[in-house]
Ligand binder design. Structure first.
Ligand SMILES: C[S@@+](CC[C@H](N)C(=O)[O-])C[C@H]1O[C@@H](n2cnc3c(N)ncnc32)[C@H](O)[C@@H]1O
Length: 427
């Protein structure tokens, strides 16, 4: 998984984020890999998804009913997330103004703990009332109190016209009392919680697949579309690409299409899955028969298990098969000398000619760069020998498939051939 995660990081946009769903079996190991690949500073959150609504096994003392979704950003500072829509908070704004806007008025005098003058002396100051007489914060029992806002905060309310005066009886006298007016937000939102126990469960995800295919047990670990939808909603993304490289039953494409249909967004998906064929079941093709077929049905429409026509969510997709390219075809058409020249220029190195023989390297002044041109193990061995003999430090090595070589043991900084060079000289 280490190399897969490195590759996933390479594929992420600068403001991209990754969500990994995992259960207790691998949580701690995955956490360490994520820390290593993305760095602790790019940790965003660990969500808990409640996956079952009733215990799977009633005989045991403890049984897990949740899984995790771990989220990291490629660069935390560049990643964007949006709050959860929260229309319910508008109800807390009980008044409706002449302009139809909902608001609430809050007593400016602080109540409860730390509400005395001696607790916060700087929050005790006069505010001129509507009759010109200064008003000080005083509790109903006559004790000197303090305001809930400082001088600057109160001044801002006065400028905004949101410092409201009301007459109130206190100690048998009627006097002016200031309130601050707060309007309900036009788009009410609040932070997402990290415990997600309000979503569909694994049972419902399986029931959905049964409904689409009218047969059971096609796939044992589907996620509910609501879970992936929730993940996408936290990012607020309206376009861009969602990649799921363990696509399973294709829930991610379903969630993307559902959100696009809902808000007219232009999100795209790339799903990758394996056939799951085995020696015992060589004809199995989960990718073609479950993943692609589910996506085809939810996008194009289908008849469900109860014989009802379910309308498609719209849009389409292409189904592609990836095959391993034989090594000799990988290197045949590449112009290695041009690429080596461009890589040297990229690093500001004096140009040396392409030596042939599978790799080129330049030791520079202490930091070596190298180009590993083909996938022959012998080329890599020769390159490592060359680097070890000349440079004590780790090198920057460009190759066509860096994820094959990166590993916890390799000291080098394995990099892909830059995109513009691939387009120009590669295949
Ligand atoms: C837990 S499932 C994902 C479930 C998916 N989120 C869903 O809702 O259906 C993991 C999937 O990854 C696939 N997988 C495992 N190894 C793979 C590989 N090397 N390349 C692509 N997919 C792979 C498995 O076949 C399995 O379908």
């Amino acid at each position: 998984m280490y190399r897969r995660l490195l590759l996933a990081k390479d594929l992420l946009a600068d403001d991209g984020v990754i969500f990994v769903s995992i259960d207790d079996n691998e949580l701690f190991r995955l956490g360490m890999l994520m820390e290593r690949v993305f760095g602790p500073d790019n940790f965003v959150a660990q969500f808990i998804w409640r996956k079952v609504d009733s215990p799977n096994d009633n005989k045991v003392a403890i049984t897990p009913d949740h899984e995790y979704v771990i989220c990291y950003a490629r660069r935390l500072g560049d990643a964007k997330f949006v709050q959860k829509p929260a229309p319910e908070i508008v109800a807390a704004y009980g008044q409706i103004g002449a302009d139809g806007r909902r608001y609430r008025d809050r007593l400016l005098k602080k109540n409860g703990a730390n509400s005395l003058r001696r607790d916060r002396p700087s929050m005790y100051f006069p505010i001129p009332g509507p009759d010109g007489v200064d008003v000080y914060p005083v509790h109903d029992n006559g004790e000197e109190a303090c305001w809930a806002k400082g001088r600057a905060g109160v001044a801002a309310h006065i400028v905004d016209g949101t410092l409201i005066w009301k007459q109130r009886e206190k100690l048998g006298l009627v006097g002016w009392e200031p309130y601050t007016r707060e309007y309900a937000p036009e788009v009410p939102t609040r932070p997402w919680p990290t415990v997600w126990n309000d979503l569909a469960t694994m049972r419902q995800a399986k029931a959905f697949l049964r409904d689409v295919f009218q047969t059971s047990d096609l796939f044992s670990t589907p996620k509910p579309v609501e879970l992936i939808e929730r993940i996408l909603r936290t990012t607020g993304m309206q376009d861009g690409v969602v990649l799921d490289f363990f696509a399973g039953s294709g829930t991610t494409a379903h969630a993307v299409a559902k959100l696009n249909a809902e808000d007219g967004g232009n999100r795209k998906f790339i799903l990758v899955s394996s056939t799951e064929a085995t020696e015992d079941d060589p004809g199995k093709n989960l990718c073609r028969d479950v993943c692609a077929e589910r996506v085809r049905r939810v996008l194009g429409g289908y008849t469900n298990a109860r014989g009802q026509a379910v309308e498609g969510l719209g849009s389409g997709f292409a189904y592609l098969r990836a095959r391993r390219v034989p090594k000799h075809r990988m290197s045949q058409k590449l112009d290695h000398s041009e690429i080596w020249c461009a890589l040297q220029l990229l690093h500001g190195r004096p140009l040396s000619p392409w030596p042939g023989g599978g790799f080129a390297a330049d030791e520079g002044d202490g930091h070596a760069i190298a180009y590993l041109a083909d996938a022959h193990p012998a080329s890599r061995t020769r390159m490592e020998t060359w680097l070890t003999a000349r440079s004590s430090q780790a090198a920057t090595v460009y190759s066509w498939a860096p994820e094959r070589y990166r590993g916890i043991d390799s000291p080098h900084d394995w990099r892909p051939i830059p995109q513009h060079l691939r387009e120009r000289f590669g295949r």
